[in-house]
Design a protein around this ligand. Structure first.
Ligand SMILES: [Ca+2]
Length: 511
């Protein structure tokens, strides 16, 4: 990175200089066929269609096999947006339309290998590929992207932001922790930051599901979800299908024993067998494993949204076949290609999770983003927004709560308050979807914070139908606050409006 770029990235230059009026045709013409930033570039104009503006699509490869894409808009706003990817990487994430519409130059990569995102096979015999996926890809591609964007527009980006969810959320925290001056602002959503811990939790719950009688059919999942809603939905002031105040949903209120089949053996869709209750138990309880430091994944909340199409069924139970569940598949490929290095290993027989300390240490060194001392990022002026869906069945919101809580303690309350924000979106599944409103313009909130010094407070979350019409809204409250309904009793219409809620602490005080 050149010195001027570093100065811009640290915010020492005015932010309101008007970027040059370079069209997508001009940008592509400048870059096409050139070798810039260590890569031979292709550059083609993608015409506007269906609400997506035209852009110059720039592709290149950094040796040996790190493929990246840069999307350059008309009316560049002078800023760069790096979007993270999901799973085990392997492909360039799709275009994110909102940042492009706002004039950002967008950047993404395949993290250095090519696969479907569900396989860790790339890591078996290629430590460099594992390192690229773990932490090298983002700073490596950023170095090239800054050079390419500067070549296209004549000036470097005035600000650079990173946003990602799931593995992309992990990449976000990894950048904050290891490359603290790379981005001016970072959005980490549902971060998969505790790789060793959550993979171990996935393994434990998958074994419970695979045990005799443990399989969870959709009917069993629906039974569980309905039971939870009946116990806890109203604790936030409105029965609306969202348990927005999980802290009040205690084990006593949940009373899961009431679901037990008489005698403990499966007796149909109106009860849970002991083997199925053991699955719920594994799901809800913390998973803690021995190591040079302990590896952890916090238990999941029962939310009453287990029966959502993108919830417990696809991520945990596999709708009756655990081998089809997302959690099973991720832990299985991790056991095969990272822990045993045996592609034929049976992950359901791999026990205990912490049996091979060297393998766990290696996995953590590559992929864990658990470092809580982010003062270098804060001292450089960086701003961090953390977000997690309240009914995320893939990664536990409680693990993210634990990270943020430890981080705040490590950096101190004052540093945390001036540089970090944490939001939980009730009723929202992994990264998006769910009963709850899942859309918030976090990028604009971050940009206003970085550029104008306007720190985000309560934001608004919206749910949209297929046509883009807003069907529901809620305040997006800063954790530990939750949106408490204060509208007319039992009004389904008022329940759809953010104005019917006030952010409230679980203990009762609101602001
Ligand atoms: Ca509710």
């Amino acid at each position: 990175m050149s010195a001027p770029v570093l100065m811009w990235a640290q915010g020492s230059l005015p932010s309101h200089e008007k970027p040059p009026g370079i069209t997508v045709q001009m940008a592509c013409s400048t870059l096409s066929g050139k070798s810039i930033g260590g890569a031979a570039l292709t550059a083609v104009v993608v015409e506007a269609e269906k609400g997506t503006p035209s852009y110059c699509k720039v592709n290149g490869t950094l040796a040996p096999s790190l493929n990246f894409e840069i999307r350059l808009p008309d009316n560049w706003n002078g800023k760069l947006y790096y979007g993270g990817g999901g799973g085990y990487g392997g492909s360039i994430p799709p275009l994110s339309v909102p940042p492009l519409k706002q004039g950002y130059a967008e950047v993404g990569s395949d993290t250095g290998h090519q696969d479907d995102g569900m396989s860790a096979a790339f890591a078996l015999n290629d430590t460099f590929a594992a390192q690229e996926f773990g932490s090298f890809a983002v700073p490596t591609v950023m170095s090239t992207a800054l050079t390419v964007v500067t070549a296209a527009y004549g000036v470097p980006p005035a600000r650079s932001y990173f946003e990602g969810c799931s593995n992309g959320g992990r990449e976000a925290l990894m950048a904050v922790q290891r490359n603290p001056t790379l981005f001016d602002g970072v959005i980490a959503r549902a971060p998969a930051y505790n790789w060793v811990g959550f993979m171990g939790a996935f393994n434990r719950t998958a074994k419970a599901l695979a045990a005799p009688g443990g399989a969870f059919s959709p009917a069993k999942t629906a039974l569980l979800a309905k039971h939870v809603r009946e116990a806890c939905d109203g604790l936030d002031g409105i029965v609306d299908g969202i348990v927005a105040n999980p802290a009040a949903c205690t084990a006593e209120l949940l009373n899961l024993r009431a679901l037990r089949c008489a005698g403990g053996a499966d007796a149909g869709d109106t009860c849970l067998s002991d083997a199925q209750l053991a699955v719920v138990n594994s799901w809800m309880n913390d998973a803690i494993f021995a190591g040079s430091h302990t590896y952890r994944s916090r238990g999941y909340n029962l939310t009453g949204n287990e029966d959502d199409p993108m919830g417990f069924g696809i991520w945990v139970s596999g709708n009756g076949d655990v081998a089809k569940a997302g959690q099973y598949l991720f832990q299985d490929t991790t056991v095969k290609y990272c822990l045993t290095r045996d592609p034929h290993a049976d992950s359901l027989k791999y026990s205990p999770w912490d049996q091979h300390q060297v393998a766990l240490y290696s996995l953590a060194a590559l992929y864990d983003a658990t470092q809580t001392d982010i003062r270098p990022f804060i001292m450089a002026g960086g701003k961090l927004i953390v977000w997690h869906g309240g009914s995320d069945a893939a990664l536990s919101v409680n693990s993210t709560i634990e990270y943020v809580t430890k981080m705040e303690k490590t950096v101190g309350a004052e540093n945390a308050a001036r540089s970090t924000r944490f939001y939980v979106a009730p009723g929202v599944d992994h990264c998006e979807n769910g009963v709850g409103p899942d859309r918030t313009d976090l990028l604009t909130a971050l940009d206003d914070w970085v550029i104008k010094g306007i720190a985000p407070a309560t934001l608004t979350a919206q749910k949209m139908d297929a046509t883009g019409a807003v069907t529901r809204s809620l305040p997006l409250c800063q954790y530990p606050q939750y949106p408490r309904y204060i509208g007319p009793a039992n009004s389904a219409e008022d329940a759809k409006l953010a104005s019917s809620y006030v952010c409230t602490s679980p203990g009762g005080a609101s602001k």
